[in-house]
Ligand binder design. Structure first.
Ligand code: PHE
Length: 445
């Protein structure tokens, strides 16, 4: 057993656990996605609904996922089946989803690299929209940056849990926080910034619809990396004595602070009416270019985005790698290469589907949007519901309680609240939002 534990590797301590898991959570979802869906849905009103989703659905599910990992000390597939035979498919479904997410997430991550370099060398001139379209629909340029990003990711994974993931998180996360604070202070220092900020954070309930709830929930799950095996596998690397609930609360708090701060930075630049990818890659460079030392700010912004993306992609990659290593008996190197090749293949198709292969569509979506929509609209809610059902109904009550309350974890008074949320609130609410969301999605096709 001891040999097995050593072979598996794990995080050196509590801080490492928090930084790595916060690294998984904080990603493109916080800096690129959160601000634009917030503005689409009426600013402050959306934020209130989102925060409720984080607190009542996201936090208990994150605690659930960490506990399954920590309790079983296994890769996502074995983790579920070790607790209850016949449930390994839930882990497998998470791994398939996270693999599909990697397919498009790596492409956007590659763009951040190109934009950081282009900003540093001042080579984005003129029309920012045209630059974006030309770059992203091109064949080789986006592919090369995506490949570089995937390889950087690969070499961190090869370094192992402590020597790779933990080390990288300890460097990347503090750097990310510093850049974020510098950008936020600068934004608030601009008078226009403070004014725009007030406008955006003021709730406008007239923009709230059924879709607002679906988007808020989807965003909460995506940003906390829920149901994909990533948090589960990190939970399995927590040292004995790591408090599950405490770690989850720290991760959720950091993730929320970063999302709100990113919204402050972006809204204070007065670009809240731009939507989607355009916001980060077209509107922001334009704003920066009008500022003194604009290219320095732009470089910092894209570095921030790239760092956030990298700390998230390593958790995606690790979840799948751990499966090949533990379940399929591969060496860490071989397992990591296999995942890297799958990621390279999917990302290649996703990137080309924006340009050369944009003619191939399913339900009117190219491969890139298909990966994004299928995982966000279908897989995330289903995995969320099933994880809650598993922990709330399938896992033996005494074992689950022992895991959650062990080692100074959740106290006896809070425990029933978490259990109630997982047994009733999560499955019911997520199902309702999921069904209405699907209906809405197909109506809008
Ligand atoms: N949480 C990450 C983000 O906000 C995305 C992610 C999803 C990471 C699934 C790991 C697993 O960008």
């Amino acid at each position: 057993m001891a040999a097995e534990t050593t072979k598996r590797g794990g995080f050196g301590g509590k801080l490492a656990a928090i930084l790595a898991a916060a690294g998984s959570a904080i990603g493109l979802g916080n800096i690129w996605r959160f601000p634009y869906i917030t503005s689409e849905h009426g600013g402050g009103a959306f934020i209130i609904i989102y925060l409720c989703c984080i607190l009542f659905l996201g936090l208990p599910l994150l605690i659930a996922e960490f506990s399954v990992g920590h309790n079983s000390k296994c890769n996502p597939v074995d983790a579920f089946s070790k607790i209850k035979r016949g449930w390994g498919w839930l882990g497998a479904a998470g791994l398939i989803s996270v693999t599909l997410i990697m397919g498009y997430y790596f492409v956007i991550s590659g763009w951040t690299l190109n934009y950081a370099i282009a900003s540093a060398t001042n080579s984005i001139d003129g029309d920012y929209g045209a630059f974006f379209t030309e770059f992203t629909t091109g064949t080789w340029a986006p592919l090369i940056f995506t490949y570089i990003f995937i390889l950087a990711n690969h070499f961190i994974i090869i370094g192992g849990v402590q020597g790779g993931i933990e080390k990288a998180s300890k460097v990347m996360m503090p750097l990310l926080f510093v850049i974020l604070i510098v950008l936020a202070v600068y934004s608030l220092w601009l008078p226009d910034g403070r004014e725009a900020l007030g406008n955006v954070f003021t709730p406008d309930f007239s923009k709230v619809s059924g879709k607002t709830f679906l988007d808020a929930m989807g965003q909460a799950f995506f940003t906390l990396s829920i149901g994909m095996g990533a948090m589960l596998v990190y939970g399995s690397y927590f040292k004995k004595g790591t408090k599950i609930a405490g770690t989850a609360i720290s991760v959720v708090s950091l993730d929320t602070i970063v999302a709100l701060t990113a919204a402050v930075i972006i809204f204070s630049a007065g670009v809240e009416n731009e939507s989607g990818m355009q916001l980060a890659f077209v509107a922001m460079p334009k704003v920066f270019s009008a500022m003194p030392a604009g290219n320095v700010w732009a470089t910092l912004f894209f570095l921030l985005l790239g760092l956030a993306a990298l700390s998230s992609t390593i958790s995606m990659h690790e979840a799948v790698t751990s499966y090949f290593v533990e379940k399929r008996g591969m060496s860490r190197k071989a397992g990591a290469w296999l995942v890297t090749f799958i990621a390279l293949a999917l990302a290649t198709v996703a990137s080309l589907s924006l340009g050369a292969w944009s003619g191939f569509t399913v339900l009117d979506m190219n491969f890139f949007s298909l990966l994004d929509n299928f995982t966000a609209i279908v897989m995330l809610p289903i995995l969320g519901i099933m994880t809650a059902v598993f922990v709330g109904w399938i896992w033996r009550k005494e074992d689950m309680k022992a895991e959650l309350t062990a080692e100074g974890g959740i106290d006896a008074k809070t425990y029933p609240v978490v259990r109630f949320l997982l047994r009733y609130v999560c499955p019911v609410l997520v199902s309702i939002v999921f069904i209405f969301g699907l209906i809405d999605f197909f109506n809008n096709l």
